[in-house]
Design a protein around this ligand. Structure first.
Ligand code: F6R
Length: 381
């Protein structure tokens, strides 16, 4: 195993420099907060109090894949107690039948070239939804400009999963600007302060014995991490599972309380030797409701005792947004340190790229979308 306190060695392994980028997550949120309030929205979105073109907004949907979808999942979980309309995240080529003129659809793709996101964009326009895109460029930026759709242009050049602050922040801010939620600026500002403080505690210069992210990574190394959180943190648990996949290049699984108490616990009864290869990561909160806290404690005693080890990660901060983003940040760093302790460069995602390359050109989806955009353009003239 690599010594995580050997800064020279971990610097050599981390060729893409993802550790430094992750530590600076707070700065990306700061930047994203200011551009999200400044981005130009059409007057019908900005001033109408949620009634663009006289239509009431009754649903919000975020369409995207992978690192571009997770911001939508966090947004959905954070706002579940605040926004009075359903918020759903969809990934894939088609959109649900319920989408209509009263639906606000955010299409998010960091590269702007993900075919599923481009299909969602065209489908959403076809269904006459109110569409807003979030992208660093690519075809999605071009389609948005050609159809005169509002779009948030975010800075490019990062791995999409690192660009989470750019892809997440515009969603709640635009909802606030439309008038669907009350101000969330203070909560986002608190989150930035919390992440800034955590960045100091978890920095590469802080030795393993005092560094929760490094010590957790070292404990997990050699096992398969399985993440559980309460249902309202499902997006955080899922984010951590995907970060283990993409950064640490390891299999990982996830689940939520209380659902796992109704099925998955049975799978632990007869695992054979498998349970000894599993690290349990529990996402915790100091203000858990008693019915969640008790479940977690009982599950630890009845089930997780069999695992190789159990790591409990507590959120920091006051607001729900800060608490969720603090756990995301801590998890991101654990996944990066886990790659490094295993001697793996966290940045490249070769198999994802190979998949996209092999699919490209297999069917003429993009030319069909291009033809459809052209005819939409003509109709709008
Ligand atoms: C994350 C990552 C993938 C992409 C996904 C979609 O770092 O590489 O999960 O986010 O393949 O691509 P984009 O984000 O460009 O739409």
């Amino acid at each position: 195993m690599v010594d995580l306190d050997d800064l020279k060695e971990i610097g050599e392994i981390d060729k893409g420099g993802i550790l430094g980028l992750c530590i600076k997550t707070w700065a990306l949120y700061e930047e994203a907060l200011s551009f999200s309030y400044e981005v130009e929205l059409p007057s019908y979105m900005e001033s109408s109090g949620g009634y663009p073109h006289g239509r009431e907004l009754r649903k919000v949907v975020v369409a995207g894949m992978g690192g571009s979808a997770i911001g939508g999942c966090l947004f959905r979980d954070m706002l579940r107690d605040e926004v009075g309309v359903p918020v759903e995240v969809v990934g894939g080529y088609t959109l649900p039948a319920y989408l209509d003129e009263e639906t606000l659809v955010f299409v998010v793709s960091y590269s702007g070239n993900t075919e599923e996101a481009l299909c969602s964009f065209v489908n959403a326009v076809r269904k006459r939804c109110l569409v807003c895109t979030v992208t660093s460029g690519g075809q999605l930026a071009s389609f948005s400009k050609r159809l005169n759709m509002p779009f948030v242009k975010v800075p490019g050049g990062l791995p999409p999963r690192v660009a989470l602050p750019y892809l997440f922040t515009p969603l709640p801010v635009i909802l606030e600007r439309i008038g669907l939620i009350s101000s969330i600026k203070e909560e986002l500002e608190e989150s930035i302060q919390v992440l800034r403080r955590l960045a100091e505690e978890l920095a590469p210069e802080v030795p393993l014995r005092d560094n929760l992210a490094k010590s957790s990574a070292q404990t997990i190394a050699g096992t398969t991490p399985v993440v559980f959180g309460p249902y309202y943190y499902s997006s955080v648990a899922y984010r951590l599972k995907t970060q283990f996949n993409e950064n640490s290049k390891t299999l990982s699984f996830w689940g939520v309380f209380p659902e796992m108490n109704h099925n998955e616990v049975m799978g632990w009864e007869r695992t054979g030797p498998l349970h000894k290869l599993i690290s349990i990561i529990l996402l915790r909160d100091r203000d858990e409701a008693p019915y969640i806290k008790e479940r977690i404690e009982i599950t630890k005693r009845l089930v997780f005792e069999k695992a190789s080890n159990v790591i409990e990660l507590y959120s920091s901060g006051q607001s729900k947004i800060a608490r969720m983003l603090s756990l995301v940040f801590l998890g991101d760093l654990i996944s990066v340190y886990l790659a490094l302790v295993r001697g793996i460069d966290p940045t490249p995602v070769r198999t994802i790229e190979q998949m996209k390359k092999e699919l490209r050109g297999k069917y003429d989806l993009l030319s069909k979308l291009e033809a459809e955009i052209r005819s939409m353009e003509k109709r709008r003239r």
